[in-house]
Design a protein around this ligand. Structure first.
Ligand code: SAM
Length: 243
């Protein structure tokens, strides 16, 4: 049946995502810097600035991987705040946890293995939820948006940092060539794993564009949704509030 097909396809996607991130976990940080020429740091900096996070707040970074955002938020919320780094993948979470503890980031940090589609937190737990370069890997994005909405306090906000659709056609062409030839080649060279990076390029192409994602956020209940294009729309930062 159609329904049966969708179930198989969904579990295949989840399996593939798990396989990819178990295999790239150890080399994830260096690949991130290489693939984006270090620009992911600027995209994340922009997200941190737009987050409006304040001392004492509770923050969830879901699909947090190796913890770049969680580390910055831990500093921002201070000892009276709390940050949870959550990821569905035990290898990514392990690398992130070891890295943050090695860097002395603890005290106000927690680590939770969780699926964005069904977050295991009390409704209204967080002032801020972030998901950076994670939503495109989630099978049921609408369920994830609803679950994030539920987990926010009234007045809280969600920030989604994700690859999106370049706004100039020439940039889109260069970017396509980059992601489908150079990216897998770099993956092969550095991590001996071209397939995982080919999957990443495909997942970027399939991801909803800026306005589609904004509409999905509105459908999930978010208000005052907007987005900023970064690097010509290669990446977009979406924001929405729960009131
Ligand atoms: N946020 C980090 C960053 O910006 O560097 C990591 C991004 S990494 C490209 C994507 C992460 O999403 C992986 O660690 C993966 O395990 C996680 N992920 C994929 N599907 C997920 C899901 N359904 N729920 C939670 N995390 C998920």
């Amino acid at each position: 049946t159609h329904f049966g097909y969708q179930t198989v396809a969904a579990s295949e996607k989840a399996g593939k995502v798990a396989e990819v991130f178990h295999s790239v976990a150890a080399k994830y940080d260096i690949m991130n810097d290489l693939m984006s020429l270090g620009i992911h740091r600027l995209w994340k900096r922009f997200a941190i600035e737009l987050s409006g996070v304040r001392p004492g707040q509770r923050v969830l970074d879901i699909a947090g991987g190796t913890g770049d955002l969680a580390k910055a938020f831990s500093r921002e919320v201070g000892p009276s705040g709390h940050v949870i780094l959550a990821d569905i993948n035990s290898s990514m979470l392990q690398v992130g946890r070891d890295r943050l503890l090695d860097q002395g980031v603890h005290g106000n940090m927690g680590f939770v293995q969780a699926n964005a589609e069904c977050l295991p937190f009390e409704p209204g737990s967080f002032d801020l939820i972030t998901i950076a370069f994670g939503l495109r890997n989630v099978t049921d994005k609408n369920a994830a948006l609803r679950s994030m909405y539920q987990s926010l306090k009234p007045g809280g906000r969600l920030l989604i940092l994700e690859f999106s659709k370049p706004i100039f056609e020439p940039l889109a062409k260069i970017y396509d060539a980059y992601s489908f030839s150079l990216l897998p080649a770099m993956g092969k060279l550095v991590a001996n794993d071209a397939d995982s990076y080919r999957y990443l390029a495909e997942s970027i192409r399939m991801h909803p564009d800026q306005d589609t994602l904004k509409d999905m956020m509105t459908d999930a209940g978010f208000e005052r949704c907007d987005y900023h294009n970064l690097t010509g729309g290669i990446v977009a930062l979406h924001r929405g509030f729960r009131f």
